[in-house]
Design a protein around this ligand. Structure first.
Ligand SMILES: [Fe+2]
Length: 394
């Protein structure tokens, strides 16, 4: 659950970060317009297919006094592209001795023969596939056509002009779909999960109640089954068993001593030393427990836990004298957990053993009574504070 939520938080973070980076970058690019400079020596016609061009038409002329002529020029800035242009200006080389007598739709500056015209506020943008017209009248000594025109402008880019923007939109859409899909799925399966949790809690509580019932048979071992279940689960986690097995071993260990309900109280609670016969009767609890649990197939291995938890690694255990890895691994784990609880609990015939004594017992019996791999894990767990406090939490 934590891993899944972590992945979703990561995805949301990635989407936000990606969009921040893309928009910051594009904002920067768009605030830096591309300026183009073009020279137009021979006048194109109005139906030219150039992307950007200016037509300058000498529309009329007339004599203006004895030594001057008036000439009117009507100009059109053509934008045949899909992008707006802005900040346009035009440099026009006028005939020698020319001066401006009138103009429209422009501001201008005359420096010798060079006329620089700039757009005004109302016509500063030549929109995509559109035109802007302007014009001026010059007075000059001779009538001479203008051919030398240079113009500059900025191309206005929109977000949608950038491939990066389009790619980002697609990627954001895909990631957003994944995230929304996850939340919808979570919303839909929440009731199922809740029911599962409730079912699980019923199973755990039923089994814990049953294990308490087993433990009441022997007042010396109050809470023994719950503690063995907890130790077994911690060992299984430490041994890196799959999550499912960690869960199962808890249930299996809860009922490992179920066969004790067959053992007469006077033998189970006998304070003194047991006779050989009495010991033999007690030892039957393993096989009897397995017999009780043989039809409990919903929890895989539960009968084996009861049957084999007193087998020894060296083959000297009971009921079958299985040896080494022939003993089911879960039973070897429960065996160590069972003995650890026996050593760390007070009994009527002796007080609990010190930690050092338990460590020593485990080491001495590693490879004899116990699986060395499980003992090594138990010794590590005993060094961990969480191991002891974890049981209080459970
Ligand atoms: Fe037992």
């Amino acid at each position: 659950m934590f891993k899944k939520n972590g992945m979703i938080v990561f995805l949301i973070g990635a989407v936000v970060l990606l969009n921040l980076c893309v928009y910051t970058y594009l904002e920067y690019k768009m605030s830096t317009p591309v300026t183009m400079t073009m020279k137009q020596d021979s006048m194109p016609s109005e139906d030219s297919e150039e992307d950007f061009f200016i037509t300058l038409v000498h529309s009329k002329d007339w004599p203006e006094g004895p030594r001057e002529h008036g000439i009117q020029y009507d100009a059109v800035f053509h934008n045949n592209t899909g992008k707006d242009l802005t900040n346009w200006s035009v440099r026009i080389k006028l005939p020698k001795g020319a001066r401006i007598s009138d103009s429209w739709n422009i501001e201008y500056e005359l420096d010798g023969p060079v006329l620089t015209v700039r757009s005004m506020e109302h016509n500063s943008i030549v929109e995509a596939e559109n035109i802007q017209s302007f014009g001026f009248i010059i007075m000059c000594p001779v009538i001479e056509d203008i051919t030398d025109i240079t113009y500059t402008f900025d191309i206005v880019y929109k977000l949608t002009d950038y491939k990066l923007f389009r790619f980002n939109i697609v990627l954001t859409f895909i990631l957003a779909t994944v995230i929304i899909g996850y939340f919808i799925a979570e919303y839909r399966i929440a009731p199922v999960k809740r029911e599962n949790e409730e079912d699980k809690s019923i199973i755990v509580q039923t089994m814990q109640t049953f294990s308490n019932f087993i433990d009441t048979k022997d007042p010396n071992t109050k809470g023994h089954s719950m503690r063995v279940a907890y130790y077994s689960k911690e060992l299984a986690k430490k041994l890196k068993l799959p999550d499912r097995d960690v869960e199962l071993i808890y249930y299996i260990a809860l009922l490992h001593d179920i066969g004790k309900i067959y053992i007469p109280d006077e033998i189970l609670n006998k304070p003194g030393r047991l006779t050989g016969d009495e010991r033999a009767i007690i030892e039957t609890h393993a096989a009897k427990g397995a017999e009780i649990l043989k039809d409990f197939t919903a929890i895989d291995g539960i009968a084996d836990g009861a049957r084999y938890h007193h087998e020894r690694y060296d083959g000297k255990g009971y009921p079958q004298g299985l040896k080494g890895e022939n003993i089911p691994f879960l039973a070897r784990i429960i065996g160590v957990a069972d003995s650890y609880d026996a050593m760390s609990s007070d009994r009527c015939y002796r007080p609990r053993l010190s930690k050092e004594a338990i460590v020593n017992e485990l080491k001495v019996n590693s490879g004899k009574q116990f699986d060395p791999e499980v003992v090594a894990c138990m010794l590590e767990l005993m060094e961990s504070y969480e191991f002891y406090t974890g049981m209080l939490d459970d």
